[in-house]
Design a protein around this ligand. Structure first.
Ligand code: SF4
Length: 367
């Protein structure tokens, strides 16, 4: 069995470490590129959202590299991600890419028994006990959480470092060495080493950097190709920022804490009392709290074709007016050019800077 799964952030690194630990061979497709996106778009339905087009091209590349089993995580709807697995299968079968499919859904959607049955399919060919799978899963989760904690520190400290780019360099180096880790234990030791390295970076506590909250559609938040590497762009400009939605956050709220979605759906807010799919309600709640959490502004990111986030965009506009929160929405499309995004994001950072310092531009005070 040679398994594959689509790219989303660092999932290919931690996923490969996990499957190698339980003796399953992984075929990891090349990282997302513009030509890959074109390949995916050529067989995907026209109106489907961008993540689908990228993911289907990952499956095609992996098939061409010898993968025979596709593992696809899913979440209960009502956004389109819930249907992705079935749609991938139907389109790829039609085009002659005949995978065996294992769709990993949440216990809330399919029940614990069915989830275990599907996980069992993964190890049926291996001489591996379910207990070993759980031990490996537990270690993988630790790798994800500890690496994300390093990322979180880097995002915040990027605004305070004395020498611009040091934190980003540490994170990039750690990620690149993580790719070559022998196993999960090795990965945990490596991450600890980089937490230590980060503690040695000289910080200027007197700096008052722009603080931004990054919210939006989950795939664009996690996959750097889909957001044109917005995080690196912010770090390069000395912005201190936070990003609540991550891979670990998703695992936490869908798998390790299956009641989260149920409890969150019951929690009402005046702007979006009900969940409308994807993580639109989370976007709204984070946006509402951004002032209380002392962020200077909010950047919402989403891919073209995303239904839930286009709704939250209009709601955020209203929140922005009523609560005096500065919000910018960036919609990423299928074009490879980045100049337009960079100009808009830089202009937003400048505007937040003027407002923070209470500076006047022309006759008007932006603050
Ligand atoms: S959240 Fe939006 S972009 Fe993501 S899968 Fe759902 S509809 Fe598509």
């Amino acid at each position: 069995m040679k398994i594959t799964f689509p790219h989303i952030g660092d999932a290919h690194i931690v996923g490969s470490l996990f499957f190698n630990e339980i003796g399953i061979q992984v075929v990891s497709p090349p990282l997302n590129t513009v030509s890959g996106l074109e390949k995916g778009s050529s067989i995907a339905p026209d109106e489907i959202c961008l993540p689908f087009k990228l993911m289907i091209s990952n499956f095609i590349s992996a098939y061409e590299m010898g993968a025979d089993t596709a593992v696809m995580p899913a979440t209960i709807g009502p956004c389109r991600l819930g249907e992705y697995g079935e749609l991938f299968k139907s389109i790829l079968d039609k085009h002659g890419y005949n995978f065996n499919w294992i769709i990993i859904d949440t216990p809330t959607a399919i029940g614990k028994k069915e989830l275990l049955k599907r996980l069992n399919l993964l190890i049926s060919e291996r001489n591996c006990k379910m207990a070993d799978v759980f031990i490996a899963l537990n270690k993988t989760y630790k790798v994800i959480k500890r690496f994300e904690s390093l990322e979180k520190r880097v995002r915040i400290l990027s605004g305070y470092e004395r020498s611009r780019g040091e934190c980003k360099k540490i994170l990039k180096e750690c990620r690149s060495r993580l790719r070559n880790s022998k196993d999960l234990n090795d990965a945990l030791i490596l991450i600890k080493e980089y937490h230590h390295k980060l503690s040695k970076v000289i910080i200027d506590k007197n700096k008052k950097p722009i603080r931004i909250l990054l919210v939006g559609e989950i795939y664009s938040m996690i996959e750097p190709f889909a957001n044109h590497r917005i995080e690196e762009m912010l770090m390069d400009r000395g912005v201190s920022f936070e990003k609540p939605v991550t891979l670990g956050w998703w695992i936490n709220n869908n798998i390790t804490n299956p009641f989260y979605l149920f409890l969150f759906a019951r929690k009402k807010n005046k702007y979006m009392p009900y969940s409308i799919g994807g993580y639109a309600k989370e976007t709204i709640e984070e946006g509402m709290n951004s002032k209380k959490n002392k962020f200077d502004g909010v950047i919402q990111i989403l891919p073209v074709g995303c239904m839930p986030e286009i709704v939250s965009k209009s709601v955020l506009n209203q929140i922005s007016r009523e609560e005096q929160i500065k919000v910018m929405t960036v919609i990423f499309d299928e074009m490879g050019g980045e100049a337009g995004y960079i100009t808009r994001i830089e202009a937003f950072i400048d505007m937040l800077g003027f407002a923070k310092r209470g500076e006047k531009r022309g006759n008007e005070c932006i603050a």
